[in-house]
Ligand binder design. Structure first.
Ligand SMILES: NC(=O)c1ccc[n+]([C@@H]2O[C@H](COP(=O)([O-])OP(=O)(O)OC[C@H]3O[C@@H](n4cnc5c(N)ncnc54)[C@H](OP(=O)(O)O)[C@@H]3O)[C@@H](O)[C@H]2O)c1
Length: 432
């Protein structure tokens, strides 16, 4: 810390979020000073292109393309990393930590893969790395897990952590729009990237779940430990049939610990329409934390956007600043780096919805239910949806009781091999 009343900030990145941080530091300087107990001064900003026009223009002498200009500046106490992507952001954060700088990052890609190593390095160096903005945008969730719920054992963390897919699913659920159309709309509105893969395949949500599960279970869980499946194969029919059964479909990020280990998975889920999570619509996010003492706690709010993300980043900057004002040298607590065993998806147990097209003739249902029976899967209901008498085909939906994922995968293979099963439409897991 340079002097007792000023904290110098270095900003890595001046895109959507970086410009938001620069703007709020400038425009709300007085209020931030009063809250933080020190003046927060933006000293240097790393970008790629010095000539680019910026949302929030800054004096040219603040900008640099050389990280060393930021790291070597002794008047910079905290680095705010808003570059995005795993490389070189990961390396830059580690270099900042080695240089004795505190770091605030919004980067879930980095924290999901390298978080445990970064936090360990930070603890060794006696600096803090805070990352509230990496999950849930402006909605506080990391801080509550680190502080407010610290006396609890966390049983589960379940939520909607990707606004883009939640927007798409909301349009499909409420307006009967199909996936391609809802995606196009999300892209036109700027909610989805031109290449939407990370969002629609559940990769972004898996990053965020790794960050949350690591913290919740104090275990070094990384993105590759998290099973993920996207929303691209859902159809308007599934929403319709789901609704008839009392469910809506959400892309859920779910982590749970029990005596048998930790589950961490992201995939579409049929959830009862009367739950609070089912009512979280549009680009909003919500995370429910299930604990032993506080019961269930729900965090709900803006999951992205420059200003919500800036809110989370500056809260972390204020936390570090206050810590430095009161007890200079306060260190971060790293997650324990003990053994982690995230269960393979094959061992997960839940209920299943399976939609398929079958031949319409006597004896067909018996063949199908036998497949389930042979694998010890009990069926909760079989619903005949549509019959095409001309083509002699029918659409049915089967909902199972709790079964093991590996058994269901075997059942799907055996069903596909039956001559009377014309097409397996969708399999969606059901969480009551
Ligand atoms: N946008 C959101 O709503 C949101 C929400 C939560 C978290 N986040 C996270 O916040 C971070 C930033 O997102 P964003 O939307 O602001 O991204 P962005 O608009 O793409 O901005 C990235 C900035 O970083 C700079 N940059 C990238 N790579 C660089 C490199 N190798 N060297 C120097 N500068 C480099 C770019 O410089 P140039 O401008 O010169 O190209 C740009 O200014 C990401 O980790 C993202 O996941 C974003």
């Amino acid at each position: 810390v340079t002097d007792s009343k000023t904290i110098g900030i270095g900003l890595l990145g001046l895109g959507g979020v970086g410009s938001g941080v620069a703007r709020v530091l400038t425009e709300k300087g007085e209020q931030l000073t009063a809250t933080a107990g020190a003046k927060l001064v933006l000293r240097r900003v790393l970008v790629r292109d010095l000539t680019k026009e910026r949302d929030f223009p800054l004096p040219a002498n603040l900008l640099t393309t050389d990280l060393d200009d930021v790291l070597a500046d002794p008047s910079i106490d905290i680095l705010v990393e808003v570059l995005g992507g795993q490389t070189p952001a990961n390396e830059y954060i580690l270099r900042a930590v080695s240089a004795g700088k505190h770091v605030v990052t919004a980067n879930k890609d980095v924290m999901a893969r390298y978080g445990p190593a970064i936090l360990e390095a930070a603890a060794e160096q006696g600096v803090q790395v805070l990352y509230e903005a990496s999950v849930g945008g402006g909605t506080p969730i990391i801080g509550p897990l680190q502080r407010d719920l610290a006396a609890n054992e966390i049983i589960a963390v379940n939520g909607i952590v990707n606004g883009t897919t939640n927007y798409i699913l909301t349009r499909m659920a409420h307006d009967g729009v199909d996936f391609a159309e809802a995606l196009k709309e999300a892209q036109d509105l700027g909610y989805a990237e031109p290449d939407p893969t990370n969002d629609v395949e559940g990769i972004d949500a898996a990053y965020k779940l790794a960050v949350l599960a690591s913290l919740a279970f104090q275990a070094p869980i990384v993105d590759t430990d998290v099973y993920h499946e996207g929303i691209t194969s859902l159809t308007a029919r599934d929403f319709l049939y789901g609704r008839e059964l009392g469910y809506t479909i959400k892309l859920m990020a779910m982590a749970r610990r029990d005596d048998h280990g930790i589950e961490a998975r992201v995939h579409p889920v049929l959830i009862p329409v009367d739950t609070m999570i089912a009512k979280v619509d549009g680009v909003l996010n919500a995370v429910e934390v299930e604990t032993d003492l506080a019961g269930k706690v729900l965090f709900h709010g803006q999951g992205a956007g420059a200003m919500p993300t800036t809110s989370a980043i500056l809260a972390d900057v204020i936390t570090i600043t206050k810590g430095q004002m009161e007890r200079p040298g306060t260190t971060a607590v790293a997650p324990t780096t003990g053994e982690t065993s995230v269960k393979p998806m094959a061992d997960v147990e839940t209920k299943y919805y399976i939609r398929m097209n079958i031949a319409e003739r006597p004896g067909v249902l018996a063949q199908i239910t036998r497949v389930f029976g042979d694998l010890q899967i009990s069926i909760a209901s079989v619903i005949q949806k549509e019959i095409d008498f001309k083509a002699l085909r029918a659409e049915i939906v089967i909902v199972t009781n709790r079964a093991r994922e590996s058994s269901i995968q075997n059942a799907l293979q055996d069903l596909a091999a039956l001559e009377v099963v014309l097409e397996i439409g969708t399999m969606i897991r059901v969480e009551d």
